[in-house]
Design a protein around this ligand. Structure first.
Ligand code: ADP
Ligand code: ASP
Ligand code: MG
Length: 448
């Protein structure tokens, strides 16, 4: 029997009709585990609620709390659930009210409270979706599985790291995968070894699905979203973008890492560890072929896709002394390691290192202080990292001309090619990003 894990994103949980489609797909694919996101926009609303409560802006906070409750109560009523389920939803509302009360009293938003409040989005949507699936699939026992009992993580609130062995152990002991049972569970959330609620980072439901697929030794992991698969670039930016039917793990991982929002950057790693194929398709056009991600793709075009990661900052650290240049590099990278900040794009010279990071990283005051302790730090922001994802990029000498003619009048602030044969990155001002993508897509993909 083949074990299928299906994940449905926020738009696929957005209203009753979308939930019904997701349920229909789960039945057609004979899913054993269905992992769902919060309803579209709810995680953003919960973030807003947490911030408003902890700054004492109670009247706006209450309005937002009301909106969240009203939406989910309305959805639950459409499922014609019984009073027990309504009671469970009300318990989640009580949890939300208590958290809001605490935040407003303490006027402090701790990372632990933040994760707890964010977890409510997925816990509400999964409760409702289970009802939808249950009524549409009477031949199966449809359970609600609390992801916090399975997705075990460390205590790095906000972006917790999963503990793979624990997840596998929990999947083994909690799931009966005999074709009669179906589990609806939450994406995005988990718990640490003390039982505190944690989250895997924004967009983390894709990652949850892949982790469960790995833990449950699934045969396939399906990501159902609002686009018909992974495209050559974001179809909302370039309407000529086309869906890629087959991608290698490596290419998909590079795309996700460098900004293709359709997949959370960590999604591919669990799939690679167990060789699980990943499918990406649209809940709203389920008959389309979508994208399959496997260890090898038959075709290996020079340029497969183009991605953009917005809101990047460029940090340049210059050594105060020419005599310690080698120790200086290791000091810098150990600071990144200590703060668990990944380096996306880097160039070095004898006396300085330039690194791009997400702009949000600048809020980490201790990280910035630590960098300042090793050298002179210069910060520039407002950049986009544009990445060309492809194959054997360092053997394609003729391509440089096409790339630079397409970007003739663009000021490229930094470039990196050579660390991997799969990508070529360069940094441009945020406002130039869209036009760069459109021009590169035309030159390297549409006219290739
Ligand atoms: P979900 O809520 O289903 O997880 P997301 O909004 O996280 O959905 O991801 C889907 C979105 O990713 C699409 O609507 C699309 O705008 C965006 N996207 C960015 N790059 C790509 C790409 N290369 N291919 C497909 N979609 C992309
Ligand atoms: N609901 C979470 C978010 O909006 C996780 C997800 O949708 O993947 O970030
Ligand atoms: Mg997503």
């Amino acid at each position: 029997m083949s074990i299928v894990v299906s994940k449905f994103g926020g738009t696929s949980m957005g209203n009753y009709e979308a939930m019904s489609r997701a349920a229909q797909i789960s039945m057609e694919r004979n899913s054993a585990i269905v992992c769902v996101s919060a309803t579209s926009g709810t995680t953003d609303k919960l973030i807003e609620i947490a911030k408003l409560a902890s700054t004492g802006a109670m009247s706006d906070c209450e309005k937002s709390v009301f909106t969240v409750k009203e939406r989910h109560t309305g959805l639950l009523h459409e499922t014609k659930a019984n009073s027990e389920v309504e009671g469970q939803l009300n318990n989640l509302y009580t949890e939300l009210d208590l958290l809001v009360q605490n935040l407003s009293l303490l006027k402090e938003l701790t990372p632990r409270a933040y994760d707890h409040i964010l977890s409510l989005g997925e816990r509400m949507s999964s409760l409702i979706f289970r009802q939808v699936l249950k009524s549409q699939w009477p031949s199966r026992e449809v359970h609600l599985l609390d992801a916090r009992s399975v997705i075990k993580t460390d205590s790095n609130f906000g972006k917790a790291t999963p503990i793979i062995d624990e997840i596998e152990k929990e999947c083994k002991s909690r799931l009966i995968l005999d074709g009669k049972n179906v589990y609806v569970t939450q994406g995005f959330i988990g718990s640490d070894l003390k039982g505190n609620t944690t989250v895997l980072g924004r967009g983390g439901s894709d990652y949850s699905a892949a982790l469960i697929a790995e833990g449950a030794h699934a045969d396939v992991c399906e990501i159902w979203t609002d686009v018909a698969g992974i495209a050559t670039t974001d179809p909302r930016v370039v309407k000529e973008a086309r869906i890629i039917n087959e991608l290698s793990y490596q290419e998909a991982a590079e795309m996700a890492q460098y900004g293709a929002k359709v997949l959370h950057p960590a999604t591919i790693a669990p799939a690679v560890r167990r060789g699980i194929p990943v499918f990406v398709g649209s809940t709203f056009e389920k008959e389309l072929p979508g994208t399959w991600i496997r260890s090898e793709a038959k075709e290996k075009p020079a340029i497969r896709a183009i991605t953009q990661r917005k809101a990047q900052a460029l940090l340049t650290i210059t050594t105060p002394s020419m005599f310690n240049a080698h120790g200086f590099m290791s000091e810098i990278f150990s600071i990144f390691g200590q703060h668990r900040i990944s380096v996306d794009c880097v160039t070095t010279s004898e006396i300085s290192v330039a690194v791009t990071v997400d702009k949000a990283t600048l809020e980490n005051e201790r990280f910035i202080k630590d960098l300042e302790s090793v050298g002179k730090l210069h910060i520039e922001s407002g950049y986009s990292l544009i990445s060309l994802i492809g194959n054997e990029l360092f053997n394609r000498s003729s391509m440089a001309k096409t790339i630079f003619s397409a970007l003739e009048d663009v000021n490229v602030r930094m470039m990196s090619l050579g660390a991997s044969s799969y990508n070529f990155n360069f940094l441009v001002k945020d406002e130039a990003g869209v036009s760069c993508i459109q021009r590169l897509h035309k030159a390297l993909i549409e006219n290739a």
